[in-house]
Ligand binder design. Structure first.
Ligand SMILES: [Zn+2]
Length: 401
């Protein structure tokens, strides 16, 4: 059983030096010391909330450790209540959660506006947009839930991020469905590549989800189960596991964007759809590459380990670039959809249930089956000789998200 001593005191008060806690602007986010330092009655109210303790990197099992993040860790066996409470406590996960939780509601509002206010459900031309907006709601929501509850146990952590990967691959399918409907250059519309594009994108979600889940622990049942983790990827080389995960998401992204890359950088002629949307597409692509750069490099915390534990570390910036990129992508899609509607409704591939909602449902079902397989192995083959705490807190290696 891993025995953990809290870093210092309750809540964020345990994470920061006393000199910082005396400053009003820091205490505002704590509540714990607000009443003492400012006399504000709000602080007295918040003081009634007992935040869970937080820990340093050396106090948590390896699987919970993040590259160059020294402090701000939650207990690796947190209760669900503590996980929810940690939303209001500054830990190294707090901004990871909020940077995806808040945008979820914006995209949900957008989805409801199109579906209900603009009669999107009745207009087949809008169906691909609805699929895309649904994916824009699902992936940040899943991500914020994964970051919230990932500290409940080692097993929970793996399952949370399996779902996170599934939602990301679903987002790549949402992009492909809308690109097929609104973004393909005129020259390629109706061609052979266009006709198979969405089907291949569905297949890619299977590859993406499976490869990303594989990058955490290896093959379920063969390389890991409830008691053993024999996978080669991260035990021998953490970098290899990370590389596999980057490949899992880069591959469908690059495939989805083939028509866009062709349209904005290769195609020459009148039928290349060279309209005012291209600037937004450039912006979205730039943000996508910046997102990958942050994920791979772990900057800025690699330059100053411990300095960015709570605010400004690469995963927070990765979330923010990703979600801003999604917003710009949505604006580009909306503009293309509007500008090209007269031409597309005459020359475009007709939108059907199969190439919109059908693709969504098939992709979701396949991803859930894969996640179930990878998760099931974590509960498989019980061993009476192995104490629970060892099973839950040993083996897996760092940098897994
Ligand atoms: Zn994340």
């Amino acid at each position: 059983m891993v025995h953990l001593e809290p870093l210092r005191g309750p809540g964020l008060a345990g994470a920061l030096p006393c000199s910082l806690l005396r400053r009003k602007h820091v205490c505002l986010s704590l509540g714990v010391c607000l009443a003492q330092s400012t006399g504000d009655p709000t602080g007295t109210m918040l003081n009634l909330i007992k935040f869970p303790p937080i820990f340093t990197v050396h106090q948590v099992p390896t699987v919970f450790q993040e590259d160059s993040i020294i402090s701000g860790y939650r207990h690796p066996r947190s209760s669900a209540t503590d996980c929810v409470l940690s939303l209001f406590q500054l830990t190294n996960e707090t901004l990871n959660i909020w940077t995806h939780f808040l945008p979820t509601w914006y995209f949900l509002w957008k989805l409801l506006m199109v579906a209900l206010m603009q009669n999107g459900l009745r207009d087949a031309y809008s169906w691909p947009l609805l699929v895309f907006l649904a994916s824009c709601c699902l992936y940040p929501l899943t991500s914020s839930c994964a970051h919230t509850f990932s500290s409940m146990s080692t097993r929970a952590r793996h399952i949370c991020f399996f779902f996170d990967y599934g939602a990301l691959s679903f987002y790549s399918l949402g992009s492909a469905v809308t690109y097929s409907a609104y973004v393909f250059p005129d020259r390629w519309v109706g061609g052979v590549f266009h006709q198979y594009y969405v089907s291949v994108a569905v297949f890619n979600t299977v590859i993406c989800t499976a490869l990303a889940c594989y990058s955490r622990l290896g093959l379920p049942f063969l390389q890991y189960n409830r008691d053993t983790v024999k996978r080669f990827t991260e035990l021998q080389s953490p970098t290899l596991g990370k590389a596999v995960r980057v490949l899992a998401f880069a591959y469908p992204y690059l495939f989805d964007n083939i028509p866009l890359f062709y349209r904005i950088s290769v195609c020459i002629g009148d039928d290349c759809t060279n309209n005012e949307t291209n600037g937004l597409h450039y912006c979205h692509i730039t943000l996508a590459f910046l997102t990958v750069f942050l994920f791979i490099t772990h900057l800025p915390e690699r330059l100053a380990p411990g300095r960015f534990d709570y605010i400004g570390h690469s995963h927070q910036l990765f979330h923010m670039c990703g979600i801003i990129g999604t917003y710009v992508q949505m604006e580009a899609i909306l503009l293309d959809m509007s500008l090209r509607q007269p031409w597309l409704q005459v020359h475009g591939l007709p939108t059907s249930f199969n190439n919109s909602f059908g693709a969504l449902l098939l992709s979701l079902t396949l991803s859930l089956l894969i996640i179930f397989s990878f998760s099931q192995a974590l509960f498989w083959m019980p061993s009476k000789s192995c104490p629970t705490a060892i099973r839950d807190c040993s083996k897996p290696s760092p940098h897994q998200d």
